[in-house]
Design a protein around this ligand. Structure first.
Ligand code: FEO
Ligand code: CA
Ligand code: CA
Ligand code: CA
Length: 636
């Protein structure tokens, strides 16, 4: 189960030039001046950041590459699925015989060659905090591959083909428990806490594929680790709120429990802060406020014990009274600028952000679909006020000015996007400002009568603009309704929404794409849908997170959504007690990256993966690079 609860240019010089591009996504001076130049002067100099913001001009840039719906006449999903009986050794993954995988960036990999020592899973010598700060962490989750020449695409026009063998990879390190990271259940010193903190966060790495040696990490000036101690900026309506300031005036630091991911049309990475509450605890007597209760804060959190040695995480330390409000946001990271301060975008609300999928309406405004993963929590949509290119040209972030909505699912297959605005008298009675509405988005949504869902996890946009939402399970549900039809819901389902107004509407229609329990007793059985990604042809990739039936482990399944009846095909089965999560792909769709999270839950008696099983080597979260043996498109 999941954690606590719940074109190619071969010239290296050119690529170095691209990496020299200045920072711009902080909201202070985003892509404004450069983009403006671009809009008036279509010929952009190669390597200009101008291109950065405009590399995805296609109207439905939902998949992240500016892809439009592509037609495909052959069978979309024709690989030989992994059969239940094929899964015989759960210490190693099992992949379709038409596919192959290689292991990349296991926990403890130096973020660039020579940065620090490499950790190999030795149970007696786990990484120190200094080493962990320069290595990949634990809990590989959401990620995104940014081709090195991604920001040149506009300059070269729509026929420009981006590189498929060189790029920046942003990868989330959602979590690793103390026994996995430290070899003990609780920290005994600040050093222990720093180790735990440093195995969390985000890695930004440069990857290169060589014919002889496969994929490897290479040097880049933009390589970095972002942890809970990295300076960050706040932007949007709540940025200046007193609720984000502490009495002792400490600067905003860090991101944590980075779960799923997304990418913007202007080429930045979005990382989602999910179970942030679990890192806080109380050294004094905690009497939780209504707000703290709604976000799940408690005196011992998830047992990380950070508060014992780092007072930022002590809920009863008056100096840090609002530190807790600084987490639960969507955070924007520039993969091509290692000096950029990650920006927390408050307009997108504060909740347990699972993941984010951005759709572009035909007039260029964007809609971001987001789940709040908790039993009985909600589905959200953010809509930008302006077309994203215009916003950027005016020096604004499209993620700062816009409206946030929460979903109400009616039993008749219709639904309503209800705006979380202080202009609504219901909310004005409870909250003082729009900032407060956003900071306590869960409470605001409660007041509007949003529909409690069965743990909304990832979102992804299909070929006709429909949104797929994975609802992983809800064992606490006692009363079914049309949108959550199982009670209890042990296996989860996938719901599909269609916005009434090209992603800008206040209404939507919906249907259930699949109830996972309906696959039980069949060869295609799978449960607990979680990670999701849809390709431009209509393939839907789903990663699972939960004990799988029939001796299976967590899996990656693929659907052809053009078909009337959903039919999951099993591409990959993971190792004992892991989770398959995070999915990203090269522009040619011939290389996919998929994460193996918490293999064996850190227990070497279950698996030593990615090492061969020996009963003692500590298993390490890692990324699998997946290719078709015949070089074909992933999922075909
Ligand atoms: Fe981090 Fe809801 O999964
Ligand atoms: Ca999950
Ligand atoms: Ca997880
Ligand atoms: Ca998840």
């Amino acid at each position: 189960m999941s954690q606590q609860d719940n074109g190619t240019v071969e010239n290296g010089q050119l690529h170095d030039d691209i990496e020299n591009l200045p920072s711009n996504t902080s909201g202070n001076r985003p892509f404004a001046s450069v983009l403006e130049t671009n809009m008036t002067r279509r010929k952009v100099m190669a390597g200009s950041l101008t291109v950065a913001a405009t590399s995805f001009l296609a109207p439905t840039a939902s998949a992240g590459w500016g892809w439009r719906h592509k037609k495909h006449n052959k069978e979309l999903v024709s690989f030989k699925p992994v059969a239940i009986e094929d899964v015989v050794d759960t210490t190693m993954p099992t992949i379709s015989e038409d596919y192959q995988y290689e292991v990349l960036i296991p926990w403890g990999t130096p973020i660039e060659p020579g940065a620090t020592a490499e950790y190999n899973g030795d149970p007696n010598t786990r990484p120190t905090s200094a080493e962990a700060a320069l290595q990949t962490g634990l809990g590989h989750d959401g990620m995104w591959f940014f081709p090195m020449d991604q920001r040149k695409k506009l300059a070269y026009g729509k026929h420009y083909r981006m590189r498929n063998d060189l790029g920046m990879l942003c990868v989330n390190h959602e979590y690793g428990n103390n026994s996995h990271a430290l070899g003990k259940s609780a920290p005994e010193s600040l050093e222990d806490v720093r180790v735990s903190q440093n195995i969390h966060g985000v890695s930004v790495l440069k990857l290169k594929q060589t014919r002889r040696n496969g994929w490897k990490v290479v040097k880049s000036k933009n390589t970095r680790r972002i942890t809970v101690n990295t300076p960050v900026a706040f932007s949007g309506p709540a940025a200046a709120s007193e609720l984000l300031q502490n009495p002792n005036g400490n600067i905003a630091l860090g991101t944590v429990n980075n779960c799923g991911s997304g990418a913007t049309p202007w080429g930045t990475y979005l990382t989602c802060e999910e179970n942030f509450n679990g890192y806080f605890g109380a050294n004094g007597l905690l009497v939780p406020t209504e707000e703290q209760q709604r976000y799940g804060f408690s005196d011992s959190g998830f047992g990380y014990g950070w508060h014992l040695f780092d007072k930022r995480f002590d809920l009863t330390d008056e100096d840090y009274a609002n530190e807790q409000n600084r987490f639960g946001w969507i955070v924007e990271i520039d993969p091509f600028d290692g000096t950029q301060k990650p920006v927390k975008r408050t307009a997108l609300g504060r909740f347990k952000h699972e993941a984010i999928a951005i759709a572009e309406s035909s007039n260029g405004r964007i809609a971001a679909y987001m789940g709040d993963d908790q039993r009985f929590d909600y589905c959200y949509k953010y809509v930008s006020d302006k077309a994203w290119e215009h916003a950027i040209a005016e020096g604004e972030s499209p993620l700062d000015k816009g409206s946030l909505f929460v979903a109400k699912f009616n039993d008749d297959g219709t639904g309503e996007w209800m705006e979380l605005t202080i202009d609504n008298p219901i909310l004005a009675e409870r909250f003082e400002s729009q900032a407060e509405v956003l900071i306590y988005a869960r409470l605001a949504s409660d007041l509007l009568g949003a529909t409690p869902m069965d743990r909304p996890e990832w979102t992804t946009i299909g070929t006709s603009g429909e949104v797929f939402w994975t609802l992983t399970n809800n064992t606490n549900r006692s009363e079914a309704n049309a949108a959550n039809p199982e009670a209890p819901n042990s296996d989860g389902h996938i719901i599909r929404t269609r916005d009434s107004g090209d992603h800008l509407g206040n209404d939507f229609t919906w249907d259930i794409y699949l109830i996972a329990s309906s696959t039980r007793g069949t060869e295609a059985v799978f449960t607990d849908p979680d990670a999701a990604w849809a390709d431009p042809y209509g393939r839907l990739f789903i990663g699972t997170d939960g004990g799988q039936p029939d001796g299976l482990q967590d899996q990656l399944v693929v659907f052809d959504t053009n078909k009337e009846t959903p039919e999951p095909k099993r591409l990959l089965v993971g190792v004992s007690s892991d989770e398959i999560t995070g999915f990203t792909i090269t522009p040619d769709q011939r290389t996919a990256f998929v994460n193996i999270q918490h293999p064996g839950n850190g227990d070497p008696s279950a698996t030593s993966f990615p090492a061969a099983f020996d009963g003692t080597t500590i298993p390490r979260d890692c990324t699998l690079v997946i290719t078709r043996k015949d070089g074909g498109i992933i999922g075909s």
